[in-house]
Design a protein around this ligand. Structure first.
Ligand SMILES: Nc1ncnc2c1ncn2[C@@H]1O[C@H](COP(=O)(O)OP(=O)(O)OP(=O)(O)O)[C@@H](O)[C@H]1O
Length: 309
């Protein structure tokens, strides 16, 4: 049985359809990421599952329980990371965790949580002097006080620098190794790709794709972009463009100063021909790169829109 099941969830705010008929299920132990641009409906979806907003229609089951009849029991098994703005500036790190732990029947030792979120050495610091990354880790710690089975993190790394972001990723992955289930939202494609077992891409309140990151990327056409750079500017750009255009699988080709850029559905064959040509014409190649496909390309192919953070 899935640990979370969402069926035909819908929420409107006056004329805005924030969440439009969303259904998915999450298995125990998964990291499930909801990704989408600003206003896509991520927070509204998450907050309905967390019991913070009431859906207009649809069903939500957490471990087979629903908010109408089992709210007390659901609260014991979920952990919600609060917005960092909801932390109390004047409390210390330890006190913040202690206050929240007092709200639950089942709670984890605070020392253990401090160690888990890597804030042991800052335990006596007041919240107001913590860095952005430390505040986010504390907010994650607060979500852990009741030792929940399912965790909800809403954009836990937004606005953090790359190192602070990686520290959060480490915590999410450690939670997975303990068998916890995590539902998170993000606008960062790289984050979704690195962390998630499955990714649900939403846009304008609807799911546009849902699968493992690898499968999502694989369903794209096998067309790859290849970059070739030469030590000096290409002498006869027109000729090389003409030659490459004729190779099997090549769909696009352009030359810019010392770079040749082309797209092909048969990268190996195209490169074989190209290297034969450069060798025969004694053209020295400096560097070659094949662009990896990413979730950004998936988003573009489903929506026709470029992804913007
Ligand atoms: N309380 C509200 N009242 C009116 N409109 C709302 C309310 N909450 C959300 N919306 C609207 O619903 C849509 C979805 O918002 P939501 O916050 O769920 O998106 P999001 O994907 O989380 O966006 P972001 O990445 O910017 O947080 C948006 O158009 C938003 O303006």
């Amino acid at each position: 049985m899935p640990i979370l099941e969402v069926k035909k969830l819908r929420k409107t705010f006056q004329s805005v359809v924030a969440v439009d008929n969303i259904s998915f299920s999450v298995e125990n132990g998964e990291i499930f990421t909801i990704i989408g641009p600003n206003g896509a409906g991520k927070t509204t979806t998450l907050e309905m599952i967390e019991g913070l907003q009431t859906p207009d229609s649809g069903e939500i089951q957490l471990k087979g329980m629903n908010w109408k009849s089992d709210s007390g029991r659901i609260k014991q098994i979920i952990g919600v990371q609060p917005q960092t703005s909801a932390l109390f500036d004047l409390l210390t790190v330890y006190e913040s965790l202690d206050v929240f732990a007092g709200l639950y029947k089942r709670s984890r030792s605070i020392d253990e949580i401090l160690d888990f979120i890597n804030l042991t050495e800052h335990r006596n610091k007041r919240v107001k002097i913590l860095s952005g990354g430390q505040k986010q880790r504390l907010a994650i710690g607060i979500a852990l006080v009741n030792d929940p089975d399912i965790l909800f993190f809403d954009e836990p790394t937004t606005g953090l620098d790359p190192q602070a972001r990686r520290n959060i990723w480490d915590i999410v992955l450690k939670l997975k190794s303990l068998g916890k289930t995590t539902i998170l939202t993000t606008h960062y494609m790289e984050e979704a790709e690195k962390l998630s077992d499955r990714v649900c891409i939403v846009d304008q309140g609807k799911i546009i794709a849902l699968d493992t990151p690898q499968n999502l990327i694989q369903v794209l056409s096998k067309e790859r972009e290849i970059h070739l750079s030469f030590p000096a500017s290409i002498k006869d750009a027109r000729e090389i463009i003409q030659v490459v255009k004729e190779y099997p699988g090549v769909t696009k080709v352009k030359a810019e100063q010392n770079m040749l850029i082309f797209s092909t559905t048969s990268p190996e064959e195209s490169l074989y021909h190209l290297f034969k040509y450069t060798t025969e014409n004694q053209i020295k190649v400096e560097q070659i790169g094949i662009k990896d496909l990413s979730l950004e390309d998936v988003f573009l192919s489903y929506t026709g829109k470029e992804w913007r953070d």
